[in-house]
Design a protein around this ligand. Structure first.
Ligand code: HEM
Ligand code: NAG
Ligand code: NAG
Length: 328
């Protein structure tokens, strides 16, 4: 009797220790939605204020912050590596140079947070939160941004050059780049819906326009092709236009409706609906989201959480940068 009691007690103790260990592990090694609740509860308010002000000055900034998070996460995980200065950094990688925007907004947020809760909130988490508010203030879905990332110690320029998808790539090859970071075909279609806001430069879509030796892309609406031709003629490639011609500053599902009408801007956009390279289910998904905006919103939040969880540094890994542009 005595023996069995103490045995049971010991078993209970062992279980308690196990549960404690597990929960400590979880707290240390996974992202959570309450990570700063005790250490910096105002983080939401601060990020929100800055993103709101930046978007009031320039609505496009919401889109730019969303893309910043995407380009951070695809290279060495969501670790703020894109923010590191230096010509050998990710900022100077081909997909990012003269293209990715929003660094100053992140700097301003970091400055406020360092005053309020020094060395607590990572730059990677600031980027993730700013992207979430960029979506929300553009009229898109609210989703719980998971937090607890730490900042990386290195930038990876070749990783950015090789890992980020280009708009000229076949859909198959884009899908394979997403798969490399743990995202599936549905994530490709859902996250491409981010192109419901923001702009792109001529250099990224002139491959679809007529030249003296070739005609325009047959999957591009003819009227739209002529307009784009005029916009881009004689420029240096930096002129830009909206990615969603229907409602350029509103986060909605018109991006997908445009694709049904051959009015996607980039090859990688229109290809999700029109490509014949063997990935049939992207077309079906485009049809689904064009018809069901609620489903798009729900799935977008889900895929953002997934993208935001690509190889995060947690626990003791990495550091909390004091200045997002340089390692401590
Ligand atoms: C599927 C593969 C993708 C390709 C090939 C692609 C390509 C591009 C290109 C070429 C631009 C214009 C860049 C410039 O003009 O310099 C752009 C803009 C943008 N991309 Fe993507 N993208 C992809 C996926 C994504 C994803 C997953 C997101 C976010 C979840 C995203 C968000 C954005 C946003 C918001 C903009 C506009 C940014 C601004 O106006 O500052 N894109 N994308
Ligand atoms: C850079 O990225 C590539 C591809 O993702 C990866 O294989 C490599 O280990 C990374 N290098 C560093 C220094 O992080
Ligand atoms: C315009 O594009 C060229 C390359 O085509 C680049 O060298 C230049 O810096 C760009 N200008 C701006 C203002 O981004």
């Amino acid at each position: 009797m005595e023996h069995s009691y103490s045995c049971r007690f010991r078993f209970f103790l062992a279980c308690t220790v196990l549960v404690l260990c597990l929960s400590t592990r979880v707290a240390r090694c996974q992202l959570t939605d309450d990570f700063y609740d005790y250490t910096c509860p105002d983080v939401y308010y601060i990020v929100q204020q800055h993103v709101f002000a930046a978007m009031r000055a320039e609505m496009r900034m919401g889109a730019s912050l969303l893309r910043l998070h995407f380009h951070d996460c695809f290279v060495n995980g969501c670790d703020g590596s894109i923010l590191l200065d230096g010509t050998d950094g990710e900022k100077f990688a081909i997909p990012n140079m003269n293209s990715v925007r929003g660094y100053e907004v992140i700097d301003a947020i970091k400055e406020d947070l360092e005053r309020m809760c020094p060395e607590v909130v990572s730059c990677a988490d600031i980027v993730a939160l700013a992207a979430g508010y960029g979506v929300l203030f553009s009229g898109g879905p609210y989703y719980d941004v998971l937090l607890g990332r730490r900042d990386g110690l290195v930038a990876n320029q070749s990783g950015a050059d090789n890992g980020l998808p280009a708009p000229f790539e076949p859909i198959n090859s884009i899908i394979s780049k997403f798969r490399d970071v743990g995202l599936d075909t549905t994530d490709v279609v859902v996250l491409s819906g981010a192109h419901t806001i923001g702009r792109a430069r001529c250099a990224l879509f002139t491959n679809r326009l007529a030249t003296s030796t070739s005609s325009a892309d047959s999957t591009l609406d003819a009227t739209m092709a002529v307009k784009l031709q005029n916009l881009c003629a004689g420029g240096d490639g930096n002129q830009s236009t909206v990615l969603d011609i229907t409602s350029p500053y509103v986060f909605d599902n018109s991006y997908y409706q445009n694709l049904l009408k051959q009015k996607g801007l980039l090859s990688s956009d229109q290809g999700l609906f029109s490509s014949t390279d063997g990935i049939a289910n992207t077309k079906a998904l485009v049809q689904t989201y064009s018809a069901n905006g609620d489903k798009f919103f729900w799935d977008f939040g889900r895929s953002m959480v997934k993208m935001g969880s690509i190889s995060p540094l947690t626990g003791e890994a990495g550091q909390i940068r004091k200045n997002c542009r340089i390692v401590n």
